[in-house]
Design a protein around this ligand. Sequence first.
Ligand SMILES: *[C@@H]1O[C@H](CO)[C@@H](O)[C@H](O)[C@H]1NC(C)=O
Ligand SMILES: *[C@@H]1O[C@H](CO)[C@@H](O)[C@H](O)[C@H]1NC(C)=O
Ligand SMILES: *[C@@H]1O[C@H](CO)[C@@H](O)[C@H](O)[C@H]1NC(C)=O
Ligand SMILES: *[C@@H]1O[C@H](CO)[C@@H](O)[C@H](O)[C@H]1NC(C)=O
Ligand SMILES: *[C@@H]1O[C@H](CO)[C@@H](O)[C@H](O)[C@H]1NC(C)=O
Ligand SMILES: *[C@@H]1O[C@H](CO)[C@@H](O)[C@H](O)[C@H]1NC(C)=O
Ligand SMILES: *[C@@H]1O[C@H](CO)[C@@H](O)[C@H](O)[C@H]1NC(C)=O
Ligand SMILES: *[C@@H]1O[C@H](CO)[C@@H](O)[C@H](O)[C@H]1NC(C)=O
Ligand SMILES: *[C@@H]1O[C@H](CO)[C@@H](O)[C@H](O)[C@H]1NC(C)=O
Ligand SMILES: *[C@@H]1O[C@H](CO)[C@@H](O)[C@H](O)[C@H]1NC(C)=O
Ligand SMILES: CC(=O)N[C@H]1CO[C@H](CO)[C@@H](O)[C@@H]1O
Length: 851
Amino acid sequence: MPCFFLFFFFTSLSLLTTISISISTDTLTSSQILRTNQTLESTKGTFVLGFIPGTNSNIYLAIWYKNIQDRVVVWVANRDNPLHNSTNGFLKIGDNGNIVLLNSSDSDNNLVWSSNQTTAKNPILQLLENGNLVLRETNVNENPTNFLWQSFDYPTDTLLPDMNMGWNFDTKMEKHLTSWKITGEDPSTGDYSFKIDFHGLPEIFLRNGENIIYRSGPWNGERFSGVPEMQPDTDSIVFNFSTNEHGVNYSFSIGNRSIFSRLVVNSIGELQRLTWVESSKTWTKFWYAPKDQCDDYKECGPYGVCDSNASPVCECVKGFSPKNEQAWKLRDGSEGCVRKTNLDCESDKFFRMENVKLPETSSVFVNKTMSIVECGDLCHRNCSCTGYANVYVTNGGSGCVMWIGQLVDIRTYSDGGQDLYVRLAASEIDNSGSASDSHKTNHRAEIVGITISAVVIILGLAIILCNKRKLLSRLNGKTDQRGSLQRSRDLLMNEMVFSSNRGSSGERDMDDLELPMFDFNTITIATNNFYEANKLGQGGFGSVYKGRLIEGQVIAVKRLSQTSGQGVEEFKNEVKLIVKLQHRNLVRLLGCCIEKDEKLLVYEYMENRSLDSILFDKTRKPLLDWTRRFNIICGIARGLLYLHHDSRLRIIHRDLKASNILLDSEMNPKISDFGMARIFGKDQTEANTLRVVGTYGYMSPEYAMDGNFSVKSDVFSFGVLVLEIITGNKNRGFYYANDDMNLLKNAWSQWREGNALELIDSSISDSYTPSEVLRCIHVGLLCVQERAEDRPTMPSVLLMLSSETALMPEPRSPGFSLGKSKNPQETDSSSSKHDETWSVNQVTVTLLNAR
Ligand SMILES: *[C@@H]1O[C@H](CO)[C@@H](O)[C@H](O)[C@H]1NC(C)=O
Ligand SMILES: *[C@@H]1O[C@H](CO)[C@@H](O)[C@H](O)[C@H]1NC(C)=O
Ligand SMILES: *[C@@H]1O[C@H](CO)[C@@H](O)[C@H](O)[C@H]1NC(C)=O
Ligand SMILES: *[C@@H]1O[C@H](CO)[C@@H](O)[C@H](O)[C@H]1NC(C)=O
Ligand SMILES: *[C@@H]1O[C@H](CO)[C@@H](O)[C@H](O)[C@H]1NC(C)=O
Ligand SMILES: *[C@@H]1O[C@H](CO)[C@@H](O)[C@H](O)[C@H]1NC(C)=O
Ligand SMILES: *[C@@H]1O[C@H](CO)[C@@H](O)[C@H](O)[C@H]1NC(C)=O
Ligand SMILES: *[C@@H]1O[C@H](CO)[C@@H](O)[C@H](O)[C@H]1NC(C)=O
Ligand SMILES: *[C@@H]1O[C@H](CO)[C@@H](O)[C@H](O)[C@H]1NC(C)=O
Ligand SMILES: *[C@@H]1O[C@H](CO)[C@@H](O)[C@H](O)[C@H]1NC(C)=O
Ligand SMILES: CC(=O)N[C@H]1CO[C@H](CO)[C@@H](O)[C@@H]1O
């Protein structure tokens, strides 16, 4: 991997040096060609068109900002058809007026990419100041807007000011953003897209492949219903979302041309609005999504309301109760809520919810001129109408949107959001004492609306007076406000790690230990000033960036969110403890950096990233043959054994999951992210917490329900992981009705029917040893048993994995599968049968434990 990296580095370097020759004009005529070592520049030098290197020595035709040192590419022409030979490729206007990119001599056989438009008489290619590459007739006079072709019609991952995305119903053209495969490295088409859906009341969806992961909410005249922090700004960013019979358009523009702002969907599925801050020479992230758990699509199911300030985040709409109590308690809200009282239609009333992100609007009834009162009447008369709201919030509200059927993906905001009226049986409203019939409510809404608009106008005036210089800081302030939620959560998490009980034995020799400290400048240089494209991921704790020390070592830097609420000394002490953990199956902490408000942890970089990025990726999972998977299982087991038993401290990881298993260049697994780990005193075996942190699908029942954790809760997570590695399927949650979705249930039933081998991932070819696979499944099932005391400890897990002759108890039913059993008899008989087995095998386990 380092070799590859160096290679990439040098190719970029060499290209950068040769590229210095520029045609030094913004246009290319039909008699000129643009070679790979040449560029076009827009007149005032804002953007450059030229060739960039990608991975595997691919070359792409691209547009980037000229004066921003770390090249930020905003458009790529041939993202899926790269040039391979840098020296011979060139761009020109072809004979029929198309723009053509050829990889060597001028011949149709060598066409790599071309534009796609009708013929032109005397075309000229021009790079405009706004980053738009256009093909137009030469003779068109000043300010031509009638382009034959323009790059703005073929967006890649970036939306620039003046660019628009959406649908044109007349031409049937559609424009959307699609992520790069690896932002900053590989521009080929990635997994994430950001695309407008024009059905019902249009919204924009962020998708991973076909799966929706986030939606913007409908446009309410000022902003998206799900982006309360988005504010119309008189002198800076103007957002424009227009819908009419000709199509749906989204764009933004910026009054001041010297402010660079862009909307990007990056390769890890984050939508970001970035703005260049000249004074600090950095891109500032003003806004991003998904931002919290509540931004995850359908987090709380139908009629569930997600409130990121609450714990658990899911609540039911008033008058509804959880469909699946048990799952709800386990913080899995995905099944949503059901009515407590059935509707009657005639006598039903409406309950007003405030500050919400409107439910999904793809199949709603819309009338943009109706008032809210008419809307309420119409909804009331139509028994299948479940709720209504204003389309627009401007001018006190107008327009009518009516939901027929379930309300899904609702969330609330402490501020922002809009009103939603939900149909309830009259008794549900009367009972509460806050009775209000729909019309009274409507009046109140109007009054509130008027008051709000007055406030908005006054605020607007104030804002205008406060002028543009404050724009950046104000926008920053907004992110801060929004970020405060996230931060308070981070705070909680940080407290968890850092308030751990220290083993007294560990404390004594701590001071002898050298704690490698990094200088903040070194880290800033190494990570290119925490450049967005170098971001490897983001967690509750902060963000992780890839970096490269001057000496060449590649590192991963975890930047803890700034208000960790923890003193420097405590932080150092914690780091000293973690630095001591050295094992080949744990990611190594190289050191840390404490400066000003910054707390950074520096880790070794893992070339092959995280296990989940390969294991759950259809195209990449075949890379994991059985030998590799078995090696990964054993490696994780060894790492966990070290944490639990062999290090001088007893450490419970608490958040073991596929995304926390990193893979080095040889695909050896390393456990990472001790962010939530608790360090136990020598004799302590179990603890309890009121704050359950962790990841659904990996949490043991006793931890999820009562907050009890011990080494056995890690063993449970390990078991889930083993079953995931074997099946290549993610454990989605506990209570999916569909067996295929509930990995543990499915594994358990296949095991009991003697079909355990059917579980194996179909992308593992036949080259596996059935007995080895069965042993792993067996171990996995033992680890996920419902009762913590039944689960093996890590020493016995390792023994069972490594020895073909180890005696293994018959597993009992896994945690969470019993509750769903439809047939109690079946459960009874099976458990008594297993009791028998158990009494025999108890001895085995005890022996194994004795090591
Ligand atoms: C790339 O171009 C060079 C110089 O013309 C040529 O010698 C070489 O064969 C080309 N490589 C490929 C793979 O086409
Ligand atoms: C640019 O590339 C062309 C074709 O390979 C070559 O003839 C020319 O010398 C190069 N110019 C520079 C400055 O490298
Ligand atoms: C140029 O590209 C075409 C189309 O992709 C391909 O068939 C041809 O082999 C390439 N030629 C060279 C010299 O790379
Ligand atoms: C050109 O148009 C054809 C048909 O409309 C389409 O299939 C093709 O993808 C287009 N190519 C480009 C580069 O846009
Ligand atoms: C928004 O876009 C539409 C269509 O492009 C245009 O007619 C309208 O004037 C724009 N509104 C603003 C405020 O820019
Ligand atoms: C979308 O916006 C573009 C540019 O402002 C405009 O040319 C186009 O007509 C608009 N389309 C619709 C359907 O409003
Ligand atoms: C535009 O922004 C730049 C940089 O923020 C600033 O220096 C300049 O004065 C602004 N121009 C106008 C017209 O507001
Ligand atoms: C919308 O509502 C108004 C007022 O009730 C009505 O006049 C108009 O016909 C409705 N439009 C549509 C398209 O239903
Ligand atoms: C209720 O409204 C929906 C959507 O407009 C319509 O399809 C349905 O026919 C209406 N039902 C009644 C009973 O009016
Ligand atoms: C959690 O621990 C408490 C006290 O140790 C115990 O009473 C309770 O039964 C435990 N819960 C589970 C699910 O094991
Ligand atoms: C599956 C995968 O991506 N494997 C890569 C792991 O890292 C090494 C070294 O960088 C690569 O050669 C493998 O292709």
